[in-house]
Ligand binder design. Structure first.
Ligand code: NDP
Ligand code: 2IT
Length: 450
């Protein structure tokens, strides 16, 4: 028995049977169900309405062929996905991941997490996720464009500004969103807010590029202030990844007085004890689409080490994993704790393994889970949808102020839920419960069929 509660055990057993072998999806579901133990005790009405049985099954899953022609004239075939997980509180919303590791399990875990994350933002967005096993790395702009157009040719039949609004994720940035948006418009003859993360010249929102990384730091700052009467000031920070989330987390952590000393990619990590020079990183990653090891050829005193796990051996006060799922395991958590880490907050989705989370919590390390800590990206996407609907654009300061307010509220709502359900300070349980309760309420009001 994994659960104390027999009903939750039954729900989980069924999820395991139906989704056999989908390791990431089962990991994400298990964590949420564990958090719901006290909710099940307190709220028989939720159990009675079958909300939990329903919430673990996607409303709709679309899997499709994505054929395209490479620069040598050869036909290539990838697999596309869109999982429309839950629309109880708004149109499906969530990113598109382009990475060779993409499969049903990965998209379903991301879509499932997105339900609760989107609910926590306080904005009217349901949960969804999509993507493909296409790898944009090493492809020409022309190849990326042809892939994106083919992908959108099918996806366009299933999405819409009031139905399902995709955005970026790993491997999907401004370039890919632009090609996909162009294709949607071509097919539909419609200029609508069907995607977020758009360029500023065609309906994008200021701050969306920075939002996930900035939001992560706003959340972390609030957690440090309220739970430890502390701040980023003077702290050594280690951030994994060197993509969109990692870059803007580095920028904000530095602005808040921290010193970021390490970044990584899937090949290895750089250590710069003088503090990362972000202009150099942006040039390498955003302009040249190069590898992070290039940094050490341009900045004196920095070192590069092959392999990404070793980044967690660098002593730090604050660790922000911003690359991918399960990148921080129990052994890495032990080292971080031994080196005196005081706070860990997740910029990536599910970057810490369950063992790592358990260790941080047992050691009294502040732990901000992904659903709460990285919700700033999707929250700002929802603000982009609002601006598109009113055909207006807000200023940088206006959007940034809203983002800060949202992240502060997410921290407090999660904290308060953890307290109300008898686990004060457990922000994993708090985020899962607070995110769940709003969606559960909406599902109950709307009757049994989704
Ligand atoms: P990017 O594609 O911009 O960057 C991804 C970074 O993570 C790269 O440095 C990449 O290295 C590294 N990475 C990716 N896969 C792996 C892997 N299997 N092993 C080791 N390193 C890896 O993506 P984002 O920055 O947008 O996304 C990073 C994380 O943040 C993801 O978990 C995403 O789901 C999450 N997230 C993103 C949001 C957004 O708004 N973009 C919002 C909320 C969460 P390499 O170049 O070598 O592949
Ligand atoms: O994981 C995430 O929240 C994202 N990739 C952002 C989704 C969005 O719709 O902006």
């Amino acid at each position: 028995m994994e659960f104390k509660n027999a009903y939750l055990q039954g729900v989980y057993d069924k999820v395991c049977q139906r989704n056999a072998g989908e390791k990431e999806f089962l990991q994400a579901v298990k964590e949420v169900l564990e958090s719901l133990e006290p909710v099940v005790e307190k709220r028989p009405d939720i159990v009675e309405a079958g909300v939990i049985d329903r919430i673990v099954e996607p409303e709709r899953q679309i899997i499709f062929r994505v054929p395209w022609v490479d620069d040598n004239g050869k036909v290539q075939v990838n697999r596309g996905f869109r999982v429309q997980f839950n629309s109880a509180i708004g149109p499906y919303k969530g990113g598109l991941r382009l990475h060779p590791s993409v499969c049903a399990s990965v998209i379903k875990f991301l879509g499932f997490e997105q339900i609760f994350k989107n609910s926590l933002t306080g904005l009217p967005i349901g949960g969804g996720k999509g993507g493909s096993d296409f790898d944009p790395k090493g492809k020409s702009d022309g190849e990326v464009m042809r892939f994106c157009q083919s992908f959108m040719t099918e996806l366009s039949k299933h999405i819409g500004a009031d139905t399902d609004v995709p955005a970026g994720d790993i491997g999907t940035g401004a370039r890919e969103i632009g090609y996909m948006y162009g294709q949607y418009k071509r097919l539909r003859n419609e200029f609508t807010g069907v995607l977020t993360g758009k360029g500023l010249s065609y309906g994008g929102s200021l701050v969306r590029t920075e939002a996930t990384g900035y939001g992560l730091c706003y959340y972390t700052a609030e957690m440090l202030k309220c739970m430890k009467n502390d701040s980023f000031e003077g702290k050594t920070v280690v951030i994994s990844g060197s993509g969109n989330v990692a870059i803007y987390a580095t920028q904000k952590a530095t602005q808040l007085g921290g010193k970021v000393v390490a970044l990584s990619d899937s090949n290895g990590y750089i250590h710069d004890p003088n503090g990362i020079n972000l202009d150099v990183v942006k040039q390498i990653k955003e302009v040249e689409r190069g590898r992070i090891k290039e940094y050490v050829n341009r900045v004196e005193g920095a070192t590069y080490t092959e392999g990404c796990n070793g980044i967690w051996t660098i002593p730090c006060d604050i660790a922000l994993p911003c690359a991918t799922q399960n990148e921080l395991d129990g052994a890495s958590a032990d080292i971080l704790i031994k080196n005196g880490v005081i706070a860990v907050a997740e910029g990536a989705n599910m970057p810490s393994t369950p063992e790592a989370i358990e260790k941080f919590q047992a050691a009294g390390v502040l732990f901000g889970p992904a659903k709460a800590a990285n919700a700033g990206g999707v929250a700002t996407s929802a603000l982009e949808m609002s601006q598109n609907s009113e055909r207006l654009s807000w200023t940088f300061e206006e959007v940034d102020a809203k983002l800060q307010n949202i992240m502060t509220n997410i921290f407090h709502n999660s904290y308060n839920a953890s307290k109300e359900y008898g686990m004060e300070g457990n922000l994993v349980a708090g985020a899962n419960i607070a995110g769940f309760l709003k969606v559960a309420d909406a599902m109950m009001w709307q009757g049994i069929s989704y």
